[in-house]
Design a protein around this ligand. Structure first.
Ligand SMILES: C[S@@+](CC[C@H](N)C(=O)[O-])C[C@H]1O[C@@H](n2cnc3c(N)ncnc32)[C@H](O)[C@@H]1O
Length: 275
């Protein structure tokens, strides 16, 4: 499949997810976006760019960080995400520019942004190295870049996803769902990806994020609001009862004394500077 078709598929997936996106009652994108902005360290007055902004998990922390003298542009491939983001900005009284499409020197002025974030975005891209080099070219020399991606999940969570994976058609397998191969595999490969794209002063490290849920049904309901929805969609109705039962038992080792499942995802934060 050619890259533009892959990106159209990503836009279609997120158009479908947009209404319920990040509304699953589980603190997830918000804490990741907030932490990413903290590590990218934009300054008051900066011109900041949030790529793959979704419903604004990093966009609004950027707005707070750059303050009234700064400016934030948010870009997303998904038109539906763009609509929700504009509505949210209006509700909050935040002045942002929302651009639907890709972030590249063809669509935005090169060499002008002081800070760029992309929270949980790059692993959907069919050409991550090339795309990243394009993002970096949008920064001014000395501008800061911050990416969040995923590191490992705990053993029970990994086992639950493994129940779904055999049903997944190849076109939905990206770095999030394939054992995180290639540039997204480790902090070392992420750092190498940024350095190869021309960034300096690179740091990549993982920080744990815990989610507490009552049972496998709650895990299903929550993951249906995430990119994992495309794995659920591939499970035939006839296989669903066994899949649900297998997931329920796969998650059980994470149950603690409070009777909740405590699932841990390592979140990978990678930052760098345009020389
Ligand atoms: C998992 S969501 C993350 C959204 C938001 N950053 C957050 O943390 O909640 C990924 C978003 O990136 C968008 N996206 C994926 N690839 C993109 C690209 N190359 N350029 C712009 N947006 C992209 C998708 O449409 C989707 O809204």
């Amino acid at each position: 499949m050619d890259p533009s078709q892959r990106r159209a598929g990503v836009a279609a997936l997120f158009d479908q997810l947009a209404p319920g996106y990040d509304r699953g009652g589980v603190p997830w994108f918000g804490p990741i976006g907030t932490r990413l902005v903290e590590l990218t360290a934009p300054q008051p007055g900066d011109r900041a760019l949030d790529v793959g902004a979704g419903r604004g998990a990093a966009t609004f922390p950027l707005v707070d960080a750059v303050g009234p003298t700064g400016h934030v542009t948010a870009v997303d491939l998904s038109p539906a995400m763009g609509i929700h983001l504009r509505d949210e900005a209006e509700t909050r009284g935040a002045r942002i520019d929302v651009v639907v499409g890709e972030a590249s020197p063809d669509t935005l002025p090169a060499g002008t942004f002081d800070a760029l974030t992309a929270s949980l975005v790059l692993f959907f891209d069919p050409q991550p190295a090339q795309t990243l080099a394009g993002w970096i070219s949008l920064l001014r020399p000395g501008g800061r870049l911050g990416l969040s991606t995923f590191g490992p999940t705990d053993a029970a969570w990994t086992a639950a996803e493994a129940v779904l994976l055999p049903y997944a058609p190849p076109q939905v397998l990206d770095a999030r769902t394939t054992g995180r191969t290639g540039p997204f595999a480790t902090t070392g490969t992420m750092a190498a990806l940024l350095e190869a794209a021309g960034a300096t002063d690179v740091d990549s490290h993982d920080e744990p994020l815990e989610v507490a849920l009552p049972d496998g049904d709650a895990w299903r309901a929550w993951t249906m609001t995430l990119g994992l929805r495309q794995l659920w969609a591939a499970v035939p109705d006839s296989a669903m009862p066994k899949v649900l039962a297998d997931i329920e038992s796969a998650l059980e080792p994470d149950r603690r004394d409070d009777d909740q499942l405590h699932l841990t995802q390592q979140v990978r934060y990678t930052t760098g500077t345009r020389p």
